[in-house]
Design a protein around this ligand. Structure first.
Ligand code: AMP
Ligand code: MG
Length: 351
């Protein structure tokens, strides 16, 4: 059978950091250029860049940043759907019924977004994700009959979750139901890394988990008091480009910028594009005229949940959802490259 293969992510990230070098203005804590640690974790490229030392020596700062990156391993061991030994895999196989608070909290959040979106967002999509296999490299759509069979196991309302007095949770799911936290785990982890950095005195940093960007404070905050623009400048990637092209740039402080899009993980088979955000109604990639959604919010978990949810909902429903929520803004890229905004997104646009 003939098919055209096009390279997909992980090299693609939807948000590009525009890091200008930081000029020192006499504050010993502020670095002349950010110290950055990068690695391949969570099936994507991750980086943490500190703009201040937090009063630490360079060696101490390096080890704090390594500690931030190693939090990715810690959480991957809990949240991964594909790692057999992960806590989530044990839930999916039915061998574990009492789970740690962090996993229970994340599943609870996933269920809430299922409710908010009337099931368009559904963390029990795992049996369908397994079939499409956008990371495995086979790049051939599954048989329609397999999709129909797997769809029977998709319904977040079948997750039984209750919290215990010691904050652990009890969970049970029907056999063959597979929970997938790929749409929300990076946001949660970014928030935990931010807490960790702040607890170590780092008050100016950028965390980038494969395009999930979360800023700690403002750029070079201490040296720029009353000075020029201290925002972090974050470029929003133009879909299906790989040379750093952006559709716009936003200037933000202490906020999260998260994008979801059909250009992040995809393949082309017999001239049709198949991508990784799937419609729980039919088990096929969502096809509603959107190419990308970017959310600006305080917490990265909110941005991660909403970017995927809005992508699935489509432009009209997503705009009204975002406009009904406090303190979140969204930008939408349609498949013709047109840009659409929620009520106040434009206030962040600098270019
Ligand atoms: P994101 O890149 O945050 O938009 O998340 C995309 C990932 O979410 C996919 O790779 C799947 O793991 C998962 N996913 C796909 N479709 C859905 C859906 N309808 N509801 C919840 N998660 C989904
Ligand atoms: Mg998401």
């Amino acid at each position: 059978m003939k098919y055209v293969y096009k390279k997909t992510a992980p090299l693609l990230i939807s948000i590009l950091l525009i890091i200008n070098s930081v000029s020192l203005t006499g504050c010993s804590d502020v670095l002349s250029s950010p110290v950055t640690v990068t690695d391949f974790k969570l099936n994507t490229f991750v980086s943490v860049a500190a703009y201040t030392t937090g009063g630490h020596s360079r060696n101490e700062l390096d080890s704090i940043l390594e500690g931030a990156i190693s939090l990715c391993d810690h959480y991957e061991n809990i949240f991964s759907r594909t790692r057999q030994s992960s806590t989530l895999s044990q839930v999916n196989s039915g061998s574990l019924n009492t789970i740690p608070r962090e996993l229970g909290d994340l599943i609870k959040t996933g269920i809430e977004y299922g409710q908010l979106s009337n099931g368009a967002f559904d963390i029990t999509i795992g049996s369908i994700v397994d079939l499409w296999d956008f990371t495995g490299g086979s790049n051939v759509p599954p048989d329609a009959s397999a999709v129909t069979a797997a769809l029977k196991h998709v319904d977040y309302r079948n997750i039984n979750l209750s919290q215990n007095d010691d904050f652990t949770y009890n969970i049970s799911i029907p056999p063959e139901t597979v929970i997938d936290l790929g749409a929300i785990a990076k946001g949660y982890i970014a928030d935990r890394i931010k807490e960790y950095l702040i607890s170590n005195g780092i008050d100016s940093a950028i965390i980038n988990l494969g395009g999930n960007v979360l800023c700690v404070g403002s750029k070079n905050a201490k040296s720029l008091a009353g000075g020029s623009n201290a925002d972090f400048n974050i470029g929003i990637k133009k879909p299906f480009t790989e040379n750093g092209e952006t559709v716009t740039t936003v200037g933000i402080n202490d906020l999260s910028v998260v994008s979801s899009g059909n250009y992040e993980r995809f393949y082309i088979y017999e001239d049709s594009l198949y991508h990784h955000i799937l419609n729980p109604a039919d088990g096929y990639p969502v096809n509603n005229g959107l190419s990308g959604v970017t959310i600006i919010s305080s917490d990265s978990i909110t941005g991660d949940c909403l970017s995927t949810t809005c992508f699935i909902l489509g432009l009209e429903k997503a705009v009204s959802l975002i406009n009904s929520l406090p303190d979140v803004e969204a930008m939408f890229i349609d498949s013709d490259g047109g840009l659409h905004y929620s009520e106040n997104f434009i206030k962040y646009v600098i270019d």
